[in-house]
Design a protein around this ligand. Structure first.
Ligand SMILES: [Zn+2]
Length: 239
């Protein structure tokens, strides 16, 4: 009698588990198809965390490395975008560059592989997360860069910059800036921005950028900029 009871209990438990799992799967699939704000969720967004592995990127106050902060913010951005029902592809999710060990021109191979990912996934847009540095420690604030000839890149950059300036309460806001020389901007197909979240050479901003709270705020501002851009694109399509 006791044995039968245990078997029955196990069967019920399994059914409950199965029900929960299938319900969660349906929920995820549903969100990807039916997204609020009419965003096309069948399109992918590529999030690139700059540098990684032996390439630390900028080194700021107290030896603070750019690569780690880039990854922290990029991972938060991924989570936020996915919660909004968008599909996200990451170029890296750990402290690792996109190069083979022992390669002579590591940096070039790393960038080429990032661009290769963009070619492969054909994202609706790409954002590359970086941190800035400058000789004058007083200089601070986020700034978004786009390729000079890219209309879409400019629109996305304006939207992200505006959201960052407002949501991060930037006292002396910068404007999104065109660029012709950054390899990633120049060679990547489609719409792409480089988002410099702040200056690691500014003590105040460097401290903020290491906190979970500020990192999340930065990621939210970038995500909101992306959504603003996507909605605008959708409106233009419909007109
Ligand atoms: Zn960088």
């Amino acid at each position: 009698m006791k044995k039968h009871f245990i078997e029955l209990a196990m069967a019920v438990l399994m059914l409950v588990c199965f029900y929960i799992l299938s319900w969660e799967a349906a929920e995820t699939a549903g969100r990807l198809i039916d997204v609020s704000g009419n965003i096309k969720a069948d399109q992918v967004i590529l999030v690139d965390a700059g540098h990684g592995g032996v390439d630390s990127g900028m080194v700021g106050i107290g030896g603070l490395k750019e690569k780690g902060i880039n990854l922290d913010i990029a991972m938060k951005l991924k989570t936020i975008l996915e919660k909004k029902g968008l599909a996200v592809v990451m170029t890296r999710e750990e402290d690792k560059g996109l190069y083979e060990n022992g390669t002579k021109n590591m940096k070039a191979q790393d960038l080429q592989n990032r661009i290769e990912q963009i070619r492969k996934y054909e994202p609706v847009l790409s954002v590359s997360i970086h941190q800035n540095s400058y000789s004058d420690p007083g200089v601070k604030g986020p700034q978004v860069f786009y390729y000079e000839d890219s209309e879409g890149g400019k629109e996305l950059a304006l939207a992200i910059q505006e959201n960052m300036n407002r949501k991060l309460s930037i006292a002396r806001p910068r404007v999104a800036k065109e660029n012709r020389t950054y390899y990633l901007l120049k060679r990547s197909p489609g719409v792409i921005n480089i988002v410099e979240c702040g200056f690691l050479t500014n003590p105040e901003e460097a401290a903020l950028l290491q906190t979970e709270k500020y990192q999340r705020k930065v990621a939210e501002a970038v995500a909101d900029g992306i959504v603003t851009y996507l909605k605008k694109q959708k409106e233009n399509e419909n007109n």
